[in-house]
Design a protein around this ligand. Structure first.
Ligand code: ADP
Ligand code: MG
Length: 365
């Protein structure tokens, strides 16, 4: 598999709070790939003269609005990664965007509307079950948080701060992290699928809604994420939640291959995006998320890589962990999130600018 990347944009519905404060929608999906953002402070008269300058359009590989279901988003962005990982390559799904714009909804979802993580796991187990015969598979799951450059195990937070080490094969691993063998989750999903077949429903994604145990596990882990001391209006989240699924494929009479899938609910981008868009140098500090900035820098370097340009993955924990899963032979999907509200205009513009640039990531083998 040559590296392939995709940047998607998802606009969530207007929230009750936004409607209550008199906000109106300024971000619209124009077609399958184009999103338009209108400047809410533009004077109504000005629209007549300079309507073009008051609105800007942004192109993505795929764009979703409030009418898109979790299933639609899954099929258009992540479903194809299942085959990538079972064949031994690496893949990454990143949910990017300001706090409150739908990252956790996309990745984790709700019991009734499960997100990408549960849907992907369900199909992964099904693919492995179907591929019996020529290969044996071992699947394990870890779920961790990176907060202030410290790694915590979300499946067992009592382990404290865990270090990153490179193993003998050059793979970066988190020392001491809980690796949940997939057998348990596999059982859950197999039962879920059987139950579903009994009801005569067609395979996959909907089965994700029948993955209560995996959902519970992820939801419980997500609740272990570090909460910011509540800021003036809302708690902005500077913690990255990383679900890592490792698929080990042992070919009969031969090769062993590891495919790693990272599904990442990134920290809120509200400060980092501005810093990035203004081209400021990355600096450490309470207000800037080192991992998010380093990720942006890596994506920028990958997107306009003059041959041989050095990419500094060592800049942060997140980029070290993803070293073999960004660029190279890997598949990367970024789903950027925005609110449609007029009151979120500045943040939406930053996010669209950042994601629009990420769209030009080209990986080479
Ligand atoms: P983030 O993780 O980016 O901070 P959340 O995923 O928590 O944001 O979303 C904020 C709120 O908006 C939540 O109540 C969530 O359920 C809701 N929400 C987000 N996206 C959608 C969507 N596509 N459809 C319906 N509700 C959504
Ligand atoms: Mg969240």
């Amino acid at each position: 598999h040559p590296g392939v990347s995709q940047v998607a944009l998802r606009i969530r519905p207007m929230s009750a709070a936004e409607l209550a404060e008199g906000a109106w929608p300024v971000a619209h999906r124009l077609d399958e790939q184009v999103v338009v953002l209108r400047d809410p402070v533009a004077e109504p008269d000005a629209v007549l003269h300079a309507s073009r300058s008051q609105q800007k359009s942004y192109i993505f590989d795929v764009a979703f609005d409030a009418t898109a279901t979790q299933d639609t988003v899954y099929r258009a962005t992540t479903q194809s990664l299942v085959a990538v990982v079972t064949s031994g390559s690496n893949a990454t799904v990143l949910a990017y965007g300001p706090t409150g714009c739908g990252k956790t909804y996309t990745m984790l979802g709700t019991d009734g509307e499960p997100g990408l993580c549960a849907r992907t796991l369900a199909e992964l187990f099904q693919a492995i079950g179907d591929a019996s015969g020529d290969a044996e598979y071992e699947v394990s799951m870890s779920y961790l948080e990176i907060y202030n450059e410290m790694i915590r195990d979300l499946l067992n937070p009592s382990l404290g701060c865990l270090p990153l080490r490179e193993d003998a094969g050059g793979t970066v691993q988190v020392t001491g992290i809980t690796r949940l063998p997939a057998t348990s989750a596999d059982e859950v999903s197999r039962r879920a699928l059987m139950g579903q077949r009994a009801e005569g429903v067609q395979r996959a994604p909907r089965c994700a809604s029948r993955l209560p145990q995996v959902m519970q596990l992820l939801a419980r882990g997500n609740r272990q994420r570090t909460q910011e001391p509540t800021a003036a209006n809302r708690g902005s989240s500077r913690s990255h939640a990383v679900l890592q699924v490792t698929v080990c494929r042992r070919q009969r009479g031969g090769g062993l291959r590891h495919g790693r899938l990272f599904m990442i609910d990134l920290a809120g981008s509200e400060r980092a995006a501005q810093t990035q868009n203004r081209g400021q140098r990355m600096k450490e500090g309470a207000h800037i998320n080192r991992s998010l900035l380093a990720l942006g820098n890596c994506i920028k370097a990958l997107s306009h890589r003059p041959s041989g340009k050095y990419i500094n993955y060592r800049d942060s924990k997140l980029t070290r962990l993803l070293k073999d899963s960004l660029g190279g032979n890997s598949h990367t999907v970024m789903i950027a999130h925005i609110s449609p509200a007029s009151t979120a205009f500045a943040e939406s513009r930053s996010t669209l600018t950042y994601a629009h640039r990420a769209k030009s990531i080209r990986t080479t083998v």
